[in-house]
Design a protein around this ligand. Structure first.
Ligand SMILES: Nc1ncnc2c1ncn2[C@@H]1O[C@H](COP(=O)(O)OP(=O)(O)OP(=O)(O)O)[C@@H](O)[C@H]1O
Ligand SMILES: [Mg+2]
Length: 312
């Protein structure tokens, strides 16, 4: 559905996006995660044909968004991170207005307006002025607006920011419905755990670079393969045992970092897989160190996010 090839954007001399390559299939909910300034909005604006890239290209359903923007716009629904609404219109008029912009016939506009207000759970607000909606409701109305021309790909830039937990949960439901309707969605957020719950796959961007792209399971597996070792010494071991353990670990070339998390807990990074871990444990046993617990510390997604976006 979406193919991004070598997409690069410079603002003056500043590289905001560098050589992004990404593919999103049909009916995929794809999360776009990264800290402030990572390049998410820049990418999405290029895909929405609002800005030209410095180099590289992207196509939606085979239509090039750079060379054939007019055609591409028919296939894309875009919800920007900040948007204005025409406050002196009623919700139904607002959607009708956007339907006219896309030259949709009156009958179809009326059908779409009713269907979309229902989708975003604003049917009881159809005759209310946009002005009277809360921020979360305006966000949902904007989502409905981006769907008025029945696009195949939705590009949602932080659609859930500022929403309360219930509205966020509703948003997850709406996204699932969109997938059932056959749409693909690219959705950005700063919150990896939240996106991982609602998406099939993820891309993590940092400082304009892709640092990960794949399924949530792949990300967890990849990170947990590199997770640090937690080594706990038995209660009552005393400082000497801790010092001996640190000395022992320092002598092992595979050990790259040793942190004393608690008086008797060492968090150790090793360069290698399970064979290396077993070699570390063996050496500690040979030296008679009172190890009572030895395991890889599982990382939650928040930690993964901090880990992969720290120094790209
Ligand atoms: N119009 C612009 N002119 C100059 N620099 C820009 C412009 N727009 C964005 N940038 C810079 O490009 C980088 C990427 O910005 P972008 O808005 O794409 O990030 P983002 O991932 O959407 O961040 P956020 O999570 O804060 O929305 C930032 O360093 C930003 O300062
Ligand atoms: Mg942004």
């Amino acid at each position: 559905m979406l193919q991004i090839e070598h997409l690069t954007k410079y603002y003056g001399k500043f590289p905001a996006l560098q050589d992004l390559n990404l593919e999103i299939g049909d009916r995929q909910l794809h999360g776009f995660v990264g800290p402030n300034g990572a390049g998410k909005t820049t990418t999405m604006r290029i895909l929405a044909t609002l800005m030209a890239p410095t180099s590289g290209t992207a196509s939606v359903d085979g239509v090039n968004v750079v060379k054939n923007a007019h055609e591409a716009r028919k296939l894309i629904g875009y919800m920007p991170d900040f948007f204005g609404t025409y406050d002196n219109m009623k919700c139904s008029e607002y959607l009708d207005f956007y339907g006219r912009c896309y030259r949709i016939g009156a009958k179809e506009r009326a059908r779409m307006t009713a269907q979309l207000l229902e989708l975003v759970q604003l049917e009881d607000k159809a005759e209310e002025y946009v002005d009277s909606l809360s921020r979360g409701m305006k966000q949902r109305l904007c989502l409905a607006r981006s769907l008025i021309h029945d696009p195949k790909l939705l590009i949602l830039d932080e659609p859930a920011s500022g929403m309360d937990p219930r509205a966020r949960a509703d948003m997850k439901g709406i996204l699932r419905t969109l997938r059932e309707m056959g749409k693909s969605v690219l959705i950005s957020s700063h919150i990896l755990p939240e996106l991982s719950e609602m998406c099939d796959s993820l891309t993590i961007l940092d400082h304009g670079h892709l640092v990960f792209s794949g399924s949530v399971e792949n990300l967890s597996d990849m990170m947990n393969g590199n997770a640090p070792l937690d080594i706990r010494l038995a209660e009552g071991s005393g400082e000497t045992a801790v010092e001996q353990a640190v000395t022992c670990l320092k002598e092992l070339p595979c050990v790259t970092e040793i942190l004393q998390e608690e008086p008797l807990l060492l968090r150790v990074r090793v360069d290698g897989g399970e064979d290396v871990c077993s070699a570390v444990l063996r050496e500690m046993m040979v030296r008679g160190l009172p190890v009572c617990d030895f395991h890889r510390a599982p990382m939650n997604l928040e930690k993964v996010f901090m880990e992969v976006t720290q120094d790209a």
